[in-house]
Design a protein around this ligand. Structure first.
Ligand SMILES: C[S@@+](CC[C@H](N)C(=O)[O-])C[C@H]1O[C@@H](n2cnc3c(N)ncnc32)[C@H](O)[C@@H]1O
Length: 450
């Protein structure tokens, strides 16, 4: 066990523990931090400070590493993980928060002493004094790349390849790109699951600063407070679900079909079941929802979310456990980089790489091809990702649609009824335009064969 110290304040210690776990155990901050705050009874302003520290540090991590590297003349990967976490936290406070420099340095030195003993104290002190010896604009002048995309990436806390992907998805408008990269404050959205709770009732229970969602008739935007404390969330009648995800599930459920809808629907990549639970509530009378998921533990989460309203199968969507042309509607919410939810999972931008995009692109094409076989002629496939990367969105749909004959691409923007979703026929949502995650939706229809 590392030595402990009462001199370290609880929010900084919680932030450091999360940042270390993200670094060494691939933990997800949005899952771990709320748990630590609960376990350690950190509430109110302290919880808000710990959250700002954790999310801010993770968001800026790669850029902070460059600053720390320049200030220490060594690569941060050579440092012990708890020391690295302390330096990142300290640098974030010095460059991006209003913490007075002496307080940031002192608190971080004590943090390093508490997690690693006396040995790194001198190093942490010296490096942070150097970091704080120049302000953020000065570090930008010293270290930011000179090209426009590289500079925007550095000044907004992104790897260059991610900024480049966003630029491609936005069509090269650099002012808009800067706005997209600046987004970092997620609002918690809830879904009032149809048939289980009315949106107005959820809105009332969610407190005076909650508002109705803009696009989904089931969405509530939470103003403040922990959603886990709401009775409707505890009972499963409502859940945390980004409004963009609701729009995607609604598109799959609502688009008109040739020859009507017999209500046999497939959610091909269902875990953990957020969209499946919404689809289950939208099924026509007598309808049936089949939910496939590759990972057994995620399939169990789907079963929990459905509460008996659908059938869960552990299956690889590429090698279906069902006959071709069996379904009226197929949702393929494909595994993706998650670059569309960086406000909620800030660390993902530094964890993913262009290689991941290439690997996922292949998987996404295979899954979409299997979905095209699984839907009946005149049925519909909704291809969805929580990433705006063009290689995970348009390029996947282009490739799959070109590989099979008789596939019609539907006017997705018209179906979802949300403005500013791109040139079509598919739809790209954005945090800076819609207040949702950057979800991508494309609707396709296999045509009748003559
Ligand atoms: C983006 S998530 C789906 C999120 C889900 N639709 C929701 O709204 O809660 C993608 C899911 O696909 C699953 N998956 C990955 N490869 C798969 C495959 N070959 N067949 C079926 N599911 C797969 C992953 O385990 C993951 O749970």
């Amino acid at each position: 066990m590392p030595p402990s110290s009462t001199k370290v304040d609880a929010p900084r210690r919680a932030a450091a523990d999360v940042i270390s776990a993200v670094d060494t155990d691939s933990a997800y901050a949005n899952l771990l931090l709320p748990r630590l705050l609960r376990e350690r009874a950190i509430t109110g302003r302290d919880a808000a400070f710990a959250t700002e520290l954790t999310y801010g540090t993770l968001r800026w991590q790669g850029v902070l590493d460059e600053v720390v590297g320049a200030a220490s003349s060594r690569d941060v990967v050579t440092l012990d993980p708890p020391v690295r976490a302390a330096l990142r936290l300290g640098a974030y406070q010095l460059l991006h928060m209003r913490t007075p420099a002496h307080a940031a340095v002192h608190a971080t030195v004590e943090l390093a002493r508490a997690t690693s003993g006396p040995r790194p104290v001198g190093l942490v002190n010296a490096v942070l004094r150097k970091v704080g010896g120049a302000d953020w604009p000065t570090w930008v002048r010293r270290l930011a790349p000179s090209d426009e995309i590289g500079r925007l990436a550095f000044t907004h806390g992104y790897p260059r390849w991610v900024a480049l992907a966003f630029d491609r998805a936005l069509g090269g408008d650099r002012d808009e790109l800067a706005g997209a990269l600046a987004e970092d404050r997620p609002v918690t959205h809830l879904v009032a699951r149809p048939g289980r709770i009315e949106r107005d009732d959820l809105l009332r229970d969610a407190g005076p600063d909650a508002t109705a969602g803009t696009w989904s008739p089931y969405a509530v935007r939470l103003g403040s407070g922990d959603p886990a404390n709401l009775p409707a969330v505890r009972s499963g009648a409502a859940a945390v679900q980004d409004e963009g995800s609701q729009i995607a599930a609604l598109a799959a459920a609502r688009v008109g079909l040739a020859d009507g809808d017999s209500g046999v629907w497939l959610d091909m990549c269902a875990g953990p079941g957020g969209k499946a639970a919404l689809l289950a509530g939208l099924l026509p009378d007598g309808g049936r929802l089949v939910c496939a998921e590759l990972q057994p533990h995620r399939a169990r989460l789907v079963a929990g979310a459905l509460a008996g309203d659908g059938q869960v199968v552990i299956a690889d969507g590429r090698r279906p456990a069902w006959s071709d042309a069996s379904f009226d509607r197929v949702l393929v919410d494909a595994p993706c980089t998650g670059l569309g939810a960086l406000r909620r999972r800030p660390e993902v931008r530094w964890r993913r790489s262009p290689d991941d995009v290439g690997r996922l692109h292949e998987l996404q094409v295979q899954l979409l091809l299997a979905a095209l076989r699984s839907a009946r002629p005149g049925g519909v496939i909704a291809y969805v990702t929580c990433s705006p990367h063009p290689d995970e969105t348009r390029a996947v749909v282009d490739r799959a649609a070109a590989a099979v004959s008789g596939v019609r691409r539907l006017d997705t923007a018209a179906v979802i009824g949300v403005p500013d979703v791109g040139p079509g026929p598919d739809a790209q949502l954005w945090p800076h335009r819609h207040g949702t995650d950057a979800m991508y939706v494309s609707l396709l229809m296999p045509e009748h064969r003559s």
